[in-house]
Design a protein around this ligand. Structure first.
Ligand SMILES: OC[C@H]1NNC[C@@H](O)[C@@H]1O
Length: 448
């Protein structure tokens, strides 16, 4: 068997987020988040599931760290619940909430696992939503204050920080499509939200530099490799527009200091100008230390005049394999994306901050044979290996997810974890993929 050997300092990790695993939604002084409100609104979430208990990680974090150690993770990416730290989004600090994360970081470090913190993974304090949420530019300054509390408390122990997770999802599923909290359907407001999120990213990076902290800071974007279904001009134009919509809308401001021209013009014609203040774009595009990439699948695009979204239509080839999310399995797309980012956007280190798959896992006699997840991960690891061999500075890989968890509007119906969670008993069971990943990490290589 041929072994693909990864660089000695390559980081193997796994990722989660606060609302999806912690539970304890109203415990120890935590304030309400927009996801508490959204999930408590009947009809929003599959089966009316909520994150009230989730994986009860708030109480089981020590057990979960033991499982991370058993898998052999080098690093663990998690997010902090803003309303657990500042119940009203601003003002008084909830010390019990802060203590939870201090203890979590200390326990991870003691276990030899590097903590990577995402400051915002969607659970905005409801109190700020009541003042307009991310559509209100004031939220930006509250986000900077929240980040500063964490930098002061954890900055000496945590060496890698991510400002935002997938601002595209926050903006366009939360404020345009209404599928995510806060459930608003207003595309112009979504564009303002996207801009305010980017400004908040810039100001937090600036604060990080001012505090002269030793670690690195970056942003995590959900990115998709986009392909035209044919060589026709119409299909290629539709694919280019999709590229600007799904990738460029955040990549261009962060790395080029401007929004993608074609789509920006379409939006301005349709909605008028959004509020962009002097200096915003320079702030947004200031240097960061790395880019986090969440990759799941590709987009194969053709032009359809009947499409409700600017003539863009996604094609799902019948001959392809799909995950339980109905996402096409397309590992080559990760290689193409990584080389494109390195050639067209940045020479900075890249981290796969999320990649993984949901499958209909079954637990039988205490075992979960998730060979499809092993195959999925192996093929995507091979794409990263190829990119590294071509000189792309990919420094690490975080499997989504450490454990099965609350998959937003899908509730608990989609299982992405390396660890199977029985939500009735909270019993954790390492899936076959966890044991396979354990060997990959131990050998720092994959066999093909
Ligand atoms: O859909 C799978 C994951 N995608 N990125 C953001 C995470 O919160 C999701 O669970």
């Amino acid at each position: 068997m041929t072994k693909l050997q990864f660089p000695l300092d390559f980081v193997w990790g796994s990722a989660t987020s606060s609302y999806q695993i912690e539970g304890a939604y109203d415990e120890d002084g935590k304030g309400e988040s927009i996801w508490d409100i959204f999930s408590h609104t009947l009809g929003k979430i599959n089966n009316n599931d909520t994150g009230d208990v989730a994986c009860d990680h708030y109480h089981r974090y020590k057990e979960d760290i033991e499982l991370m150690k058993e898998i052999g993770l080098d690093s663990y990416r998690f997010s902090i619940s803003w309303p657990r730290i500042l119940p009203n989004g601003k003002g008084e600090i909830n010390q019990k909430g802060l203590n939870f994360y201090k203890e979590l970081v200390d326990q991870l470090l003691e276990a030899g696992i590097e903590p990577v913190i995402t400051l915002y993974h969607w659970d905005l304090p409801q109190a700020l939503q009541e003042e307009g949420g991310w559509a209100n530019r004031d939220t930006i300054k509250y986000f900077v204050k929240y980040a500063e509390v964490l930098f002061d408390e954890l900055g000496a122990k945590v060496s890698q920080w991510i400002t935002h997770n997938e601002p595209w999802v926050v903006s366009f599923l939360g404020y345009a499509e209404g599928e995510h909290a806060p459930g608003i359907k207003d595309r112009k407001q979504a564009l303002q939200v996207a801009h305010n999120l980017l400004v908040s990213h810039g100001l937090v990076v600036k604060k990080f530099r001012e505090l002269d902290l030793t670690g690195d800071i970056g942003i995590t974007l959900n990115l998709t490799s986009v392909y035209s279904y044919s060589e026709t001009d119409k299909d290629q134009e539709a694919a280019q527009l999709m590229e600007e919509y799904i990738n460029g809308w955040f990549l261009d401001p962060v790395f080029k200091g401007s929004y993608p021209k074609k789509l920006a013009q379409i939006y301005e014609n349709q909605f008028g100008k959004i509020d962009i203040q002097a200096g915003d774009m320079d702030l947004i595009s200031q240097e960061i230390d790395f880019l986090g990439i969440n990759y799941y699948s590709r987009a194969l695009i053709n032009y359809n005049p009947n499409s409700k979204f600017y003539g863009i239509e996604s094609i799902k080839p019948a001959e392809s394999d799909y995950t339980a999310m109905n996402w096409e399995i397309y590992p080559d797309g990760l290689y193409d994306l990584l080389t494109k980012l390195n050639q067209e956007y940045t020479n900075k280190p890249l981290y796969i901050t999320e990649n993984g798959a949901a499958f209909d896992d079954q637990i039988i006699a205490g075992q979960v044979n998730d060979q499809r997840r092993i195959n999925y991960l192996k093929e995507h690891f091979k794409s990263v290996y190829r990119a590294i061999q071509d000189g792309v500075p990919v420094r690490g890989y975080y499997v989504w997810s450490l454990m099965d968890n609350f998959e937003w509007a899908y509730g608990y119906s989609k299982r992405f974890g390396l660890i199977y969670v029985d939500y009735n008993t909270q019993k954790r069971t390492l899936k076959d993929s966890a044991y396979w990943y354990q060997q990959v990490i131990e050998e720092n290589s994959i066999g093909i």
